[in-house]
Design a binder for this molecule. Structure first.
Ligand SMILES: Cc1cc2nc3c(=O)[nH]c(=O)nc-3n(C[C@H](O)[C@H](O)[C@H](O)COP(=O)(O)OP(=O)(O)OC[C@H]3O[C@@H](n4cnc5c(N)ncnc54)[C@H](O)[C@@H]3O)c2cc1C
Length: 467
């Protein structure tokens, strides 16, 4: 086969949310720009929906994205892996040996699932969840009669999976080394009621323990030993383990190229430029900083990848733009509860050197006389020095993303507790809490009350001056 050499304006490596968004935005702003995207997988996927496909709520093919999202823009999609790069020369070589040069390289290689160094984790029935292949292997394990599943990691992806396997009738074990579920999203007090709910649902939840060793039989996991001395037996022929212990940036391809990277990925500036001229990056492969304290923070979410990619596209199309940092608005479902968070938990804020004042608001999610008016609990976290809001957590029987996004905007706009306590809101029996009882406002007022009790030298009117 003859080796081709192609030149174009932009080569995109990666076809996830960052790559697709970037491609579509550049083409919208400047249709004349030539783009080639390389990505190996048969289908780009809606990863967020995979746990629900595993649960059987819909045909798993609904998680596949259409190639036309890219090709309809006039960009060329090449379904191949990039094997070599020369970032300075902006030249890449794919798995067939074909090479591509471009004026601009856009790196959007995403992240790989992290498997901690646990002996036995290479067993054939140990999985992770991200790719189409991962999903198919998990489907196949369920279909071939798995009775038990062990999920390692009780973050959002681990919890969503554990619930999916439980819904499929499996005996499910969920283990995390943290003392609470969703440790990046919730403080202990907000997470605790969820522990009971997961246990009531029949999920065996073990916290403050790590899986230390996986014993195998003919390269299949048969027992997982935990640091608390307990063990979980598995039928090596049928049962399986799934790691959901976090992700690590997929950047090995760019080693020894002089590209600035750190533990979280490729270092980019606010315009998504790397330290190599003409090389941009966005999404899970990048390291970035918190929009709250401007210090590095993890943020491997599609909701970060997409705006980063839009900024890069606008900058490259000659319309200046900047990305203000990760705020990490995130959401998940735990049993019948809808959970959302943004910014720092109280614990994480303290670890980052921010002394906090916190408050809670609790109401019914709908007017209390309405059918299914369950509970809504909000926790707000503010910096004690200036009362600026730095985080919030919501646990509710109804969707919480709309409420958490209001608080995200408050954080982005640097509002204080007093500023958000002035929130003007709507109320209707089927759609909200009672007019006098916004849980967000309550949480801010509660935090202000607590602040004033502790800081007697400040009078309420002075606090009210903070916006
Ligand atoms: C199960 C699951 C649930 C999730 N749920 C949510 C959620 O609810 N909300 C949310 O915001 N986020 C969620 N996420 C995270 C979200 O999916 C990621 O943050 C997002 O996909 C990152 O987009 P990306 O484009 O940066 O990287 P990716 O989507 O990982 O895409 C990377 C692309 O690069 C390609 N690539 C890598 N190496 C090469 C190479 N050498 N050559 C060519 N191509 C290459 C890959 O094949 C892929 O196409 C979830 C993730 C998972 C796995």
């Amino acid at each position: 086969m003859s080796i081709r050499e192609v030149h174009t304006d932009i080569v995109i490596i990666g076809g996830g949310p960052a790559g697709i968004t970037f491609c579509r935005k550049v083409k919208k702003l400047k249709p004349e720009i030539g783009i080639i995207m390389l990505r190996p997988e048969e289908h780009s996927m809606v990863y967020c929906a995979i746990p629900y496909a595993l649960e059987g709520l819909f045909d798993h093919r609904k998680t596949f994205k259409r190639d036309e999202l890219v090709t309809d823009t006039g960009a060329m999609l090449v379904r191949r892996t990039v094997k070599q790069v020369d970032l300075a020369a902006k030249r890449i070589v794919d798995e067939t040996g074909d090479s591509y040069t471009a004026d601009i390289l856009f790196l959007a290689t995403g992240a790989l699932n992290y498997i901690p160094p646990v002996q036995g984790a290479d067993a054939a029935n140990v999985h992770t969840v991200k790719t189409q292949g991962d999903m198919e292997r998990l489907f196949s394990a369920i279909a071939s009669g798995a009775k038990r599943a062990l999920v390692i990691g009780a973050g959002a992806i681990g919890i969503e999976q554990a619930q999916a396997y439980r819904a499929r009738g499996l005996d499910v074990f969920l283990v995390d080394m943290a003392s609470r579920v969703l440790p990046g999203m919730l403080d202990e007090d907000m997470a605790k009621p969820l522990h009971e709910m997961l246990r009531e649902k029949g999920i065996h939840l073990t916290l403050s323990s790590r899986v230390e060793n996986i014993e195998k039989n003919e390269n299949r996991a048969k027992r997982a030993l935990l640091s608390n001395g307990e063990y979980i037996d598995l039928d090596p022929q049928r049962d399986f383990i799934c790691f959901a212990a976090g992700v690590t940036p997929d950047i090995a391809l760019f080693e020894n190229q002089g590209l600035e990277t750190n533990r979280d990925g490729i270092v980019v500036d606010s315009r998504m430029r790397t330290n190599i001229p003409g090389v941009y990056a966005a999404g899970d492969c990048c390291s970035y900083f918190s929009g709250i304290d401007k210090k590095p923070i993890g943020g491997k979410l599609a909701t970060n990848a997409v705006p980063m990619a839009k900024v890069a596209a606008r900058v490259i199309a000659g319309k200046d733009d900047e990305y203000g940092g990760f705020f990490n608005g995130a959401a998940t479902c735990v049993c019948d509860m809808r959970v959302a968070s943004v910014g720092f938990t109280e614990k994480i804020a303290n670890l980052r050197g921010i002394k906090t004042v916190v408050g809670w608001g609790e109401t019914t999610a709908l007017f209390p006389m309405m059918p299914a008016a369950g509970k809504l609990r909000v926790k707000i976290v503010a910096d004690i020095r200036d009362l600026r809001i730095v985080g919030a957590q919501i646990v509710s029987t109804l969707p919480s993303t709309d409420k958490i996004d209001i608080i995200t905007l408050a954080i982005q706009r640097k509002l204080t507790l007093k500023g958000l306590a002035k929130l003007s809101y709507s109320a209707q029996p089927w759609q909200s809490f009672m007019p006098a009882q916004s849980a967000i406002v309550q949480a801010c007022e509660n935090a202000l009350d607590s602040y004033m009790t502790k800081n007697k030298e400040f009078s309420y009117p002075e606090v009210l001056e903070c916006v």
